[in-house]
Design a protein around this ligand. Structure first.
Ligand SMILES: Cc1cc2nc3c(=O)[nH]c(=O)nc-3n(C[C@H](O)[C@H](O)[C@H](O)COP(=O)(O)O)c2cc1C
Length: 242
């Protein structure tokens, strides 16, 4: 088996802010810290300026086994879904809006339904996610925002990491409503962001090496709770409706 250090991983950053501000800066800083670990490359999806349609629960993606949304093809293209699928780790950041994540990021999460369905195939069990929240006030809801993003990771069955010993549920930044400059002034917050970036990259490498070590010896159904093949049609019907 190869050394863990020789494994290459890709870390995807997502900024859920509608502007070029403190969140985009924080996510990029976390990606930079991640990329300092050998064998780590990064990608970035910025929701700024994107008009993303709501998921309308038509289930055309899930019913037809599509890895993209056939209803709204032009906002989140198949290429974006593919890039997302190729990542081994995720650093997802949001500004705090009313003590939770932005509507843009929530809509993005909902629209990941086509590929979230790969939970049942065990795809996400070897992926890792870390959250970043950026508030205008010091205690403005960073923790509740982090919980909302972490819940997305849990919904997919990913492994969830913290922002280190001083930030148990992710990177938390106080921007003082001064975009990049304000975030940069928060030395403690930016420290948690960088630790988060390193942890996502490090755990992604461990998971990749570990998955290769296990090979086919673990059936994904044991990790996902999906019933044996003969039961899946009935389960699918119950899950999706007729
Ligand atoms: C609609 C709206 C709601 C907000 N709600 C909160 C909040 O609940 N708590 C907080 O600390 N800051 C709140 N803010 C301030 C932003 O979280 C803060 O300015 C953040 O740094 C913006 O990130 P950005 O620069 O990446 O866009 C709110 C801002 C807007 C526009």
């Amino acid at each position: 088996m190869s050394q863990v250090s020789s494994y290459e991983v890709k870390i995807m950053g997502v900024s859920g802010s509608p502007q070029k501000g403190a969140t985009q800066f924080s996510v990029r800083e976390a990606l930079e810290a991640a990329a300092e670990i050998p064998g780590v490359s990064v990608d970035f999806i910025d929701l700024k300026g994107k008009k993303i349609n709501f998921c309308i629960h038509c289930n055309r993606c899930v019913k037809n086994g599509l890895l993209y949304c056939p209803t709204h093809k032009d906002d989140l293209t198949e290429e974006i879904y593919q890039r997302y699928l190729q990542a081994d780790g995720f650093i997802i950041g949001s500004p705090v809006y009313q003590m939770t994540l932005t509507g843009q990021l929530q809509t993005f999460f909902n629209r990941l339904r086509p590929i979230a369905a790969l939970f049942s195939k065990g795809h996400w069990a070897t992926k890792v996610g870390g959250a970043i929240a950026v508030g205008g006030t010091r205690h403005g809801g960073q923790e509740t925002t982090l919980a909302a993003i972490n819940n997305y990771f849990l919904c997919t069955g990913m492994v969830n990491v913290s922002g280190g010993i001083f930030a148990y549920n992710g990177g938390a930044v106080w921007s003082q409503n001064r975009k990049e400059e304000g975030a940069n002034d928060d030395a403690v917050g930016m420290g948690t962001v960088r630790v988060l970036g390193r942890r996502v990259a490090y755990v992604a490498k461990l998971l990749k090496a570990g998955a290769e070590c296990f090979g086919q010896s673990i059936d994904p159904s044991l990790l996902t709770g999906v019933l044996p093949e003969e039961d899946t049609e009935e389960r699918k019907e119950k899950f999706l409706g007729k």
